[in-house]
Design a protein around this ligand. Sequence first.
Ligand code: AMP
Ligand code: ZN
Length: 211
Amino acid sequence: MVLGPPGAGKGTQASRLAEQLGIPHIATGDMFREAAAEDSETGRRIRQIMETGELIPDEMTNELVRERLLRSDARSGFILDGYPRNLEQAATLDQILDEVGTKIDLVIKFMVRGPDIVERLRGRRVCPVCRAVYHMATHPPKDDEVCDNDGAPLIRRDDDLEETTLRRLEVYGEQTRPLYELYAERGLLTEMDALGSTDEVFRRLLAVVGR
Ligand code: AMP
Ligand code: ZN
């Protein structure tokens, strides 16, 4: 499991690690962004909530994760990214893991300083086609504002705009932070410095997971 504030680089690192380990990267944010793109009542509802920076209701989120973890490709392991986000979700996750017959081996806390977060979110650009994540200062695309993989023009996530960012950070502080204590008490938590280039952080991450 990867935990950390928005903009800590969890998604980039987790997807790279998942690829290297050959296990699925389960990112609720990505799943919700996909759902939000759909032209349906649910799609609209999710879009509205995401734009405010609030969390999607637990019931919906927990059900999404339960279905995902029950799929056969999760049997040989998975990386959870963006879930759980609060204590209620953490309690449900315990139940789901029991159901599936597995457990969390390691919880990695991505450590970044407050001022860096705002900077990271401001510079972040994503590819709407392949979802690659860039940063205009620290990890820019080779060509101006287009994706290295497919040439699609990069965009800013709607929820990376300034007002939403502040609310997302508040929600993180109020609801997600208590999870550190929970997983520390269980002896699962490892802190990792998340500052530096993508490659630097990835090397650190591999060391943390013992690869
Ligand atoms: P992320 O990409 O993880 O920053 O998530 C983007 C947005 O998706 C969040 O601000 C929430 O609105 C929603 N979201 C993602 N994961 C969860 C979750 N576990 N519980 C509730 N909402 C979530
Ligand atoms: Zn792309």
